[in-house]
Write a protein that binds this ligand. Structure first.
Ligand code: PAP
Length: 336
């Protein structure tokens, strides 16, 4: 058989499959609860499989269900938004590719944003039929989708990062306001807090998202690695080693002697990445499939633990801590 006609027919059948999924989406959207105006990031937000998703991510999630062929070697960097995704993408990329990019003076992370190397699966799958299939293994992908949103047959590894919801909320508030169209007034912290605490956040309820990955990490520790932003800030090298071990790529004695762990920690640190020209880029671009135009600088703000203290009222803190207490009670998880 002529291989070019086989390739064309493969793409045609993928396109056909994608069209069917799109038709299904159109039918289904009318049946879902439409959500609040976080949505300035994305015109419409719906509750899908228990979580609030911009329409484009629902489409991505359905495409994953219908068309994604997971490989056991796939690595998925997963998170609630604003919990350290950019950082974990950088660390994972640096660890996995350390044999190809061992020159830390000329590392690709010095000239590109970490999101360029670890695309969001939900968005990437929408871009070009078949392009995910052509990626070499191990594929480094990412997701904001909840663990339960993935097909149960999904055989791959997840590295999940979570963060104190109070810091995630403050970070999200700044981020949403950066992305808000100019004709709209800024979104107040009060409204953002109110929605967030009711579970109406992007990919929220925040706590259910965290618990889904937490429970999965307890049930399948070889499949899901659960990390906390706060722990990683405190002892980054400990968690870089943990991450490498989880990925079956532990550091050799020789690498330890060469100080590779510290080099990776330094390369991916907030101080280093946020001060690079590429990440100070202030040009708003619609790229990587993101629903709104973004600047690389939008992914970096303060990179601190506990900045909530400078923003939230004692009442807000009480409400959020109480929800966390109640939701996490008996699970072994906390942010103390
Ligand atoms: P995303 O979900 O849109 O990808 P994500 O990277 O998860 O965003 O979160 C951004 C937060 O991580 C920001 O936190 P802040 O608003 O409290 O400052 C950002 O500053 C922080 N961040 C980005 N890169 C790093 C890094 N290398 N180390 C630590 N924190 C980082």
């Amino acid at each position: 058989m002529d291989t070019s006609s086989k390739a064309t027919s493969d793409v045609t059948s993928i396109d056909e499959g994608y069209r069917k999924t799109e038709e299904k989406l159109e039918e289904m959207l009318g049946t879902l609860n439409e959500g609040y105006k976080w949505v300035v990031i994305s015109p419409r937000c719906f509750q899908y499989k228990g979580f609030w998703l911009p329409e484009i991510y629902i489409k991505g999630s359905m495409m994953i269900d219908d068309h994604f062929k997971p490989r056991p070697s796939d690595i998925i960097v997963a998170s609630n938004p604003k919990c350290g995704t950019t950082w974990l993408k950088a660390l994972t990329f640096a660890i996995v590719n350390r044999n190809s990019y061992f020159d830390f003076q000329n590392h690709p992370l010095l000239t590109s944003n970490p999101h360029d190397f670890v695309p969001f699966l939900e968005l990437f799958i929408l871009q070009e039929a078949g392009s995910i299939e052509s990626l070499p293994s191990p594929r480094l992908l990412s997701a904001h989708l909840a663990f339960s949103s993935f097909p149960t047959s999904m055989r791959c590894r997840f590295v999940y990062i979570c963060r104190d919801p109070k810091d995630a909320l403050v970070s999200m508030w700044y981020y949403v306001n950066k992305l808000r169209p100019e004709h709209l007034p800024p979104l107040s912290l009060e409204v953002t807090f109110d929605l967030f605490s009711k579970g109406l956040s992007l990919f929220g309820p925040f706590w259910d998202h965290v618990l889904g990955y937490w429970k999965a990490s307890l049930e399948s520790p070889n499949k899901v690695l659960f990390l906390k932003y706060e722990d990683m800030k405190r002892e980054p090298s400990v968690y870089v080693r943990k991450l490498a071990e989880f990925l079956d790529l532990p550091f050799s004695a020789e690498e330890e002697d060469e100080g590779i762990v510290d080099k990776i920690v330094k390369l991916c640190s907030f101080e280093n990445l946020s001060n690079l020209d590429v990440n100070k880029n202030n040009v708003k671009e619609k790229k990587r499939g993101f629903p709104a135009p973004l600047r690389n600088s939008d992914f970096f703000r303060k990179g601190l633990v506990g900045d909530w203290f400078n923003h939230l009222t004692p009442e807000m803190v009480k409400v959020l801590d109480q929800i966390t207490e109640e939701k996490f009670r008996g699970t072994g998880l906390n942010f103390n």
